[in-house]
Design a protein around this ligand. Structure first.
Ligand SMILES: [Zn+2]
Length: 79
């Protein structure tokens, strides 16, 4: 899984709805990629603020913030 895949699966991951195999792949990427680990950590906190208990779709603002972070990392031609 690459950084874009992490972002794509992020809301499912935070909701605990990923296939175990996919979740394992995502976590393997997080172990190697500090930037994604940071994004996931921040998003987790943001989502917890937005919604205490119920699964929630990532707010559009959070999504666009993640995309911007990725674009900074990957360069203007991707993401
Ligand atoms: Zn990454």
């Amino acid at each position: 899984m690459n950084c874009d895949g992490v972002i794509r699966e992020l809301s499912n991951y935070l909701d605990g709805e990923l296939e175990p195999a996919v979740q394992k792949e995502l976590e393997r990427h997080l172990a190697d990629c500090g930037e994604c680990a940071l994004i996931v950590d921040q998003t987790k906190k943001t989502v917890q603020i937005f919604c205490d208990s119920e699964p929630v779709e990532l707010p559009a603002e959070v999504r666009s913030r993640l995309r911007q972070a990725l674009r900074r990392k990957l360069g203007p031609s991707s993401a």
